[in-house]
Design a protein around this ligand. Sequence first.
Ligand code: ADP
Ligand code: MG
Ligand code: MG
Length: 554
Amino acid sequence: MDIGGLETVVANSAYVSARGSVDGSAAATLRDKKMRAKLQLPHITRCEHLKEQLEPEFRSLCVRQPIGKRLFQQFLEDEEAFRAAGGLWKSIEEYTTAEEGERGQKAQQTVNRFFDSASKTFCAFLEEKAVMRVKEDACHGRGDLFQETEQRLLQHLEAQAWAPYRDSLFFARFLQFKWLEAQSVTDEWFLDFRVLGKGGFGEVSACQMRATGKMYANKKLNKKRLKKRNGYEGAIVEKRILAKVHSRFIVTLAYAFQTKTDLCLVMTLMNGGDLRYHVYNVDEKNPGFPEARAVFYTAQIICGLEHLHQNRIIYRDLKPENVLLDDAGHVRLSDLGLAVELSEGKDKTKGYAGTPGFMAPELLKNEEYDWSVDYFTLGVTLYEMIEAKGPFRSRGGEGKWGHLLHVENKEVTRRILHDPVKYSAKFSAACQAACEGLMAKEPAGRLGFKDNHCAQLKALPLFQKMNWGRLEAGLVAPPFVPDPKTVYAKDIGEVGAFSTVKGVVLDEQDRAFYEEFSSGNIPIPWQEEMLETGVFGELNVWGAKGTVPRDLDR
Ligand code: ADP
Ligand code: MG
Ligand code: MG
């Protein structure tokens, strides 16, 4: 074995053992005790000013932020007047994520406990008509059975519970966590593991948040290389978009900080390799996926796209190699460097961006376009997962014959604009219909995102067996689980080094930009990390009922 090979083996084994035992519960044992000790809640008197600084937005503070929601729910449970409403909230969540077979029973339980005026936990704030509808539909077990109820419930809580909550000790505890969350981040908090891949401006490596033990991927952008290649604008767009989206189907940004030499984006670690690798390189004699597997990934990608589009973001670079697998075999969209955000009031954009063979006709024709370009790329991606070949270009894996299959870009463009797609016997009727609907040449006739949802797409016969509620909660078992001992990345030697950047001097203006970029903790993922690694539970200590903990005693 040569030195490079040995280096990879050593790096892999350190990395495999670190990530193998990190499943939340075990993370505690892998923590750096000294760093963990730095995560302490301050006395409440040091956080009081935050109460004025926080946007008083109920949905954000009590629903979307995970620690905010947890503490708000603890408040509801603690207050006699809100206990029933809190119970209904949890009951709806259980229903939405229940297996198909259990839904009827869960629905009935919820109806009996909260919709029946004879019950002790009857929720009188629900509207009678809506109650009737739920009672009638309870037997169907539909995923959206309680959607209207949940909206009504949140309105009720905002009107009645939100104000008393803000005066409670639970909200004071929330302020303590917000204080901790706002502390600055440096590279001291992270331990780097092996390199996973190479980006345009630096390496991506595995890393561990030392205080909690949680593993992440650290995408480094070299400051000098960024400056030399005018990368600032792209870097800040990617960071802003990543920080804005919160979906289990898109890599999440948890921290943005800087070192002397690099800007760092700390994101969800995706260990399982990308879809391109799995389509072509895992079983080279038999490339492509069985339909069920392709359908599973397509469904998860749809959830990711739906979230982006609800946030007015066009991805533009969907393709198998940008879809990454995690340890369990779930996928997420990654590399949002080409994404654009439509400003309020604007519904279209222009500009040539994407990968040849994937770009939609309207984009290639240099017309204005919207998110429907992403459903075209979805069609191409689904096609490639089944056929192991793009619909408009013949490309194989990275094998040595790859160059022979290469088709000129101009010819690819011509085919996208004019040629119908051919389907082999590998496609079922339902799968072909979905591909055709997605790869419609006219955006107006294309399947996709309408009225803020992908409902039409999700209702296709191709997804007949999909339980979308469970999929969205991460509860559908993936069709393929990556081998935990395999590192789905190139050998360290093959990743390739960067040449040093010469002749670039950094000045005050550059430093101001780095400050803007390095915003530290991203609230939602940081709160998730605290909950899932158990740190939240260790810090959220209350003592005997009726007493005020010392750190909350004003
Ligand atoms: P760039 O935008 O510079 O191309 P990418 O975001 O594509 O950078 O990252 C470069 C490479 O790093 C990817 O091709 C992949 O191999 C690896 N990588 C990126 N993000 C992750 C992640 N979250 N988890 C694991 N590996 C990743
Ligand atoms: Mg990339
Ligand atoms: Mg990129």
